[in-house]
Design a protein around this ligand. Structure first.
Ligand code: ADP
Ligand code: ADP
Length: 237
């Protein structure tokens, strides 16, 4: 369970990026955060990952407050939080399976990819995950040879191999064509349920959010304007 309570953040004095944001998310739920550019979506994700220090509030992951964690605790928390990026953040010159295995190193893994240091079990698990995202036959291709949609699916497998409790996706489909975008959203939805994790995606498009997300959080000018099960949102929203 992830609970955000009264989160506040200002980058500059007198300019609030987040105002009193509270929400909670159950395991197995795929949540979309939607809102216009500059609304504060990325700031929320960065706070959840503690990449930035918010000014006040609580972020509880299974009742442990990330904001008051010490360095060692924070490192442990971050191992439980996977990230997916608009621009994939893959190591293009390495193979698909090497990129997935990099997820084993967790947050901010460096690029020194030495395939041999992974165990056979880890390689097997990487193949299982590649199968789940439909890329088993691509395991030994370089990432530079893949399409955008395929790259994002590698990103999903890479985040799952770290056994996260939470996956944060910053504009995961913003660089993709509509068909690849649907594939990626469908996969995120299915795998979130299958692994009983929490998946949070920043999105621009309310229609895509309604089609795939379980819960939709609307942000405008740093404020939470709605937090609803996707099914309850009227067409007018
Ligand atoms: P979104 O992801 O919804 O586009 P952001 O979270 O990136 O919104 O930005 C929210 C607000 O915070 C915006 O007004 C933006 O200009 C401001 N902001 C974001 N990052 C910084 C930063 N590093 N320094 C100062 N202001 C920032
Ligand atoms: P560990 O204690 O090594 O993290 P778990 O007991 O959580 O392993 O999971 C056992 C197996 O289940 C893993 O080896 C893996 O294949 C699979 N598994 C569990 N959670 C996940 C996940 N979030 N993503 C992918 N595979 C998972």
């Amino acid at each position: 369970m992830l609970e955000v309570k009264n989160l506040e953040k200002s980058y500059q004095k007198d300019k609030t990026a987040l105002k009193d944001i509270s929400f909670s998310i159950e395991p197995g739920k795929f949540v979309a955060i939607i809102g216009p550019s500059g609304a504060g979506k990325t700031t929320i994700l960065r706070s959840l990952n503690q990449l930035i220090k918010d000014d006040s509030g609580q972020i509880l992951l299974d009742n442990q407050d990330l904001r008051t964690a010490n360095k060692a605790e924070l490192r442990k928390h971050r191992r439980q939080i996977g990230m997916i990026f608009q621009n994939y953040n893959l190591v293009e010159r390495l193979t698909v399976i090497e990129n997935v295995l990099h997820g084993r190193l967790g947050y901010k893994s460096t690029l020194a990819g030495v395939f041999g240091r992974y165990t056979e079990d880890e390689k097997k698990e990487a193949m299982v995950l590649l199968d789940k995202v439909g890329l088993k036959e691509f395991a030994l291709q370089r990432c530079s040879e893949l399409s955008g949609g395929q790259k994002q699916r590698v990103g999903i497998a890479r985040s799952l191999i770290q056994h996260p409790k939470v996956i944060l996706c910053d504009e995961p489909i913003a660089s993709l064509d509509p068909i690849s975008a649907q594939t990626v959203m469908q996969l995120l939805k299915e795998l979130t349920e299958e692994f009983n994790i929490i998946c949070i995606a920043n999105l621009h498009q309310i229609n895509i959010a309604k089609k795939y997300a379980d819960q939709i959080i609307g942000i405008r000018k740093g404020e939470l304007v709605f937090d609803e099960p996707a099914a309850d949102l009227s067409e007018a929203t």
